[in-house]
Design a protein around this ligand. Structure first.
Ligand code: PLP
Length: 344
C-alpha cells in the first residue's frame, strides 16, 4: 500500500539515473581527477559561497567516521546527541575509525543538543586532562527525531564547542530537508555558524548512493590519505560526483526535500485529526513519530502499510518516513485507514 519504513527504501530520481548513464560515456581520469568531479567542486563552492574541499564518498557511515576521525585523536572525546546515528547505529565505526576515541552521548529534548547543557558536559570530560582531550562535537541536521537546528542555534552551539577547542562535524544525511524547511542559505547553517565538516547526504533524497564530505576552512589535513587507507577512495569517482552534480542541478536536492517534507506535514496533519493518535515530536523535516493503539497498528500492517516500530519512544510508537517519491494518494490512504481502524 505504501512504504514509510525509511527514506533508504525508495528508488532514485530519474535525473540522477540519467546523469549516471551520461557519466558512463567514454573514458575519464580516475580517482577524482575527472572533469565531472572538478565541475562538482566548483558548484559546491558556489552553493556554500566559500572556498572548500570536497570528498565524494559512498556511505554516510564512512563519511561521518572519516570526518570525525580527522578531528580527533584516539584519546579524544567525541560528543554527540544520545540518539545520534553515530552513537546508536554505526556498530562502533566511529570508535574503530578514531582508534578508540571516547564517544560521549548527551541527552536533549526533541533529538537536539541544547546550548545551555553543553558547557557542563564539556567541562566534566575535558577539564582534568585525564579523561580525554578535545576531539569534536557531532551534530545531526536534520536530526534523527526529524527536528532542525536554526542558524542561531547552530552558531551558539558551535561557539561553545570552539571555546572548548572542539571541531564541529555535521551528519547531514538529511541536510536538504533542513535547508528546505529553514529556507536559509547552506552557508548559514554550516561554516558561517562555525561548522568545520559537513556530510552532505544525497542517498536518502533521490541519489543511488552518494554522500559528499565537505570540508571548510582548509581543515582537510590528511583526510585524503585516511580515505585511501580505509578503502573509501573510489577509482571511478565520476559516478559518485555525477549523482551529486545532478542532485544540485536546478535545485533537485531542494525540490525533492520539499516534497518529502510536505508529505510528512500532510501525514502529521491528517493523523492529528484522529483522537487516539499522538504525534510525538515536532514535524520539521520528513519524519513523523506517532503513537497509535496497538490494534490500529496491527490493522495498518494487515492493510499492507510498512513502517517501523519505534518503542524507544514508548509502547505503540512508530516512525513514519516520507521521501521524494511519496505521493499524496499514499498519505491519504494511510490516514483514511488509520482513521477507520481507530474507531474500533
Ligand atoms: C542520520 C543518519 N546518519 C547517517 C546514516 C548512515 O548512512 P549509511 O547507511 O549510508 O551509512 C543514516 C542512515 O540511515 C542516518 O539516518
Amino acid at each position: 500500500m505504501a512504504d514509510f519504513r525509511s527514506d533508504n527504501t525508495l528508488g532514485c530520481s530519474p535525473e540522477i539515473i540519467e546523469a549516471l548513464r551520461r557519466a558512463s560515456d567514454g573514458s575519464l581520469s580516475s580517482y577524482g581527477a575527472d572533469p565531472i568531479t572538478g565541475k562538482l567542486r566548483e558548484r559546491v563552492r558556489e552553493l556554500f559561497e566559500t572556498d572548500l574541499e570536497i570528498f565524494p564518498l559512498a556511505t554516510g557511515t564512512g563519511a561521518n567516521c572519516l570526518a570525525i576521525a580527522s578531528m580527533s585523536d584516539p584519546w579524544s572525546a567525541v560528543f554527540c546527541h544520545a540518539d545520534a546515528h553515530v552513537y546508536r547505529d554505526e556498530s562502533g565505526a566511529p570508535e574503530f575509525f578514531t582508534h578508540g576515541a571516547k564517544l560521549v552521548p548527551i541527552a536533549g529534548g526533541d533529538g537536539k543538543l541544547h546550548a545551555r547543557d553543553l558547557d557542563a558536559v564539556f567541562d566534566d570530560i575535558l577539564s582534568t586532562g585525564r579523561t580525554a582531550t578535545p576531539g569534536c562535537l557531532s551534530l545531526t541536521q536534520a536530526t534523527e527525531a526529524g527536528t532542525i537546528y536554526t542558524p542561531d542555534e547552530m552558531r551558539e552551539i558551535c561557539s561553545i564547542a570552539k571555546k572548548h577547542s572542539l571541531g564541529v562535524h555535521v551528519d547531514g544525511a538529511r541536510f536538504a530537508n533542513a535547508v528546505a524547511t529553514l529556507g536559509c542559505s547552506a552557508a548559514d547553517i554550516t561554516w558561517r555558524a562555525g561548522v568545520d565538516m559537513l556530510v552532505f547526504g544525497a542517498t536518502k533524497n533521490g541519489a543511488m548512493g552518494s554522500e559528499l564530505l565537505v570540508v571548510f576552512g582548509g581543515a582537510e589535513g590528511e583526510l585524503a590519505r585516511r580515505i585511501h587507507r580505509s578503502g573509501h577512495r573510489f577509482s571511478k569517482m565520476r559516478f559518485l560526483s555525477a549523482q551529486f552534480e545532478a542532485y544540485l542541478t536546478d535545485d533537485l536536492w531542494l525540490k525533492n526535500a520539499r516534497v518529502a517534507n510536505g508529505m510528512a506535514k500532510r501525514l502529521a496533519d491528517g493523523l492529528r485529526a484522529i483522537p487516539s493518535v499522538e504525534i510525538l515530536r515536532p514535524v520539521e523535516a520528513n519524519i513523523v513519530f506517532a503513537r497509535f493503539k496497538p490494534e490500529t497498528l496491527t490493522a495498518l500492517h494487515d492493510d499492507g502499510f510498512e513502517f517501523y516500530d519505534w518503542s524507544l519512544f514508548g509502547p505503540g510508537s512508530v516512525r513514519l518516513v516520507t521521501g521524494f517519491s511519496t505521493t499524496e494518494a499514499e498519505i491519504d490512504r494511510f490516514v483514511a485507514s488509520a482513521t477507520e481502524h481507530s474507531k474500533r
